[in-house]
Design a protein around this ligand. Structure first.
Ligand SMILES: Nc1ncnc2c1ncn2[C@@H]1O[C@H](COP(=O)(O)OP(=O)(O)OP(=O)(O)O)[C@@H](O)[C@H]1O
Ligand SMILES: [Mg+2]
Length: 354
């Protein structure tokens, strides 16, 4: 029975490995980009900061976030920021490989271990020697394999399937899941001991709904990228089209937005994207008058957080529309300037485009 699954978010820093220069967040402010990851909202900056702090620590990391939020990108960024960056980064999707094959994919097998094993083969852990292994969708792993993984995490050793030689590896483990592992533990689907072993450093990537202020930045970024890659010339989007995109709930997160922008750029070819160009699904949500982030999932929503996020999104939009002239932004929202300023402070909203 799990009694207390509160995560320990504190990170033990190793002074000898801590590099003040790479921890300078102001360097990120200028580009809104960190190792290919685009973002400017405070929660994404917090993720960037954590990545830089923990990169060299060798501690096990678990990345949590909805599908398409960028868990894979963050895992790569951790590897690239660490002293292991010259060594392999090996990725395996534990949910996509049939259960009976996953063990040999991870740990390798010896010749004759099973039908079809005509030669010995190293697994991903051996291939990743000296580097990082990224275990994606770890919540989908079977209980039998969870035991074996626990041993690797604790002892850094294992045997190939069918083999008796113990193999030692020096590999950093990063895992990711879209599931709530705490709940999976309570349901008995995920081992409690493995859960605690994995949750050394948890990193949670917020959904796009929770960071609306990143939407316009991501749209511009992808418009530029796809215009260049596809030899098109679409560099602008109208205010009303952007407003519709800001109001959409993005269940597929950044992946969904990226794919949509690709489609819009390819179909439009040149000029400005306008609201008519947007798919009905996205316009439909806006027409229904749903507020951003107001989709209530089976688990429910935290009312106070949802209201704050909506307030923050409105304030951010008004500031962006008025190029951060607070008097004008306050007028757009029918607020007193002092009230607006107080809210900007409270939500720590910053103008990163200056
Ligand atoms: N902040 C971001 N900046 C730029 N591109 C991003 C960002 N977040 C995600 N992407 C892009 O969106 C797509 C999905 O990202 P990624 O595969 O890392 O998500 P994920 O959380 O691992 O998704 P899944 O749970 O489905 O595996 C990729 O093409 C990635 O490059
Ligand atoms: Mg992924």
């Amino acid at each position: 029975m799990v009694t207390n699954l509160a995560f320990n978010n504190s990170i033990s820093e190793e002074p000898c490995l801590y590099r003040e220069d790479v921890y300078d967040i102001n360097k990120l402010d200028n580009r809104h980009e960190f190792k290919g990851i685009i973002g400017r909202c405070s929660r994404i900056y917090e993720v960037f900061r954590t990545v830089q702090k923990v990169a060299d620590s060798d501690s096990t990391i678990i990345i949590n976030g909805e599908t398409g939020t960028g868990k894979g990108l963050i895992a790569k960024a951790i590897h690239q920021s660490s002293y292991r960056k010259g060594k392999p980064f090996v990725q395996i999707n534990c949910g996509a490989i049939p259960e009976n094959l996953l063990e040999s994919e991870l740990f390798g097998h010896v010749k004759g271990a099973f039908t079809g094993a005509t030669t010995s083969r190293p697994g991903k852990f051996e291939v990743a020697e000296g580097g990082t292994i990224f275990l994606d969708e770890i919540g989908d792993m079977s209980p039998e394999l969870q035991v074996k993984l626990l041993r690797v995490l604790e002892e850094r050793e294992f045997e190939r399937v069918g083999g008796s030689n113990t193999i030692n590896v020096d590999v950093r483990v990063i895992a990711a899941t879209h599931r709530n592992l705490e709940k999976e533990v309570k349901k008995g689907n995920f081992r409690e001991d493995l859960f605690y072993r994995l949750y050394v450093i948890p990193i949670t990537i917020p959904s796009l709904r929770e960071r609306k202020s990143d939407i316009s930045l991501l749209v511009s970024h992808f418009m530029k990228c796809f215009s260049k890659n596809k030899n098109k010339d679409v560099a602008e989007i109208s205010d009303d089209a952007m407003a519709i995109m800001m109001g959409y709930s993005w269940p597929g997160n950044v992946r969904e937005l990226k794919n949509l922008v690709e489609r819009l750029v390819v179909l439009k070819g040149q000029g400005k994207i306008i609201s008519c160009d947007l798919p009905e699904k996205i316009k439909g949500e806006a027409v229904c008058g749903k507020m951003p982030g107001m989709e209530i999932s089976k688990e429910g929503v935290c009312f106070n957080t949802a209201v704050s996020e909506f307030e923050k999104s409105l304030i951010f939009q008004s500031l962006e529309k008025t190029k951060w002239v607070k008097n004008e932004a306050a007028k757009l929202l029918h607020l007193k300037r002092t009230t607006l300023v107080e809210k900007i402070k409270r939500y720590d909203l910053q103008n990163h485009s200056t």
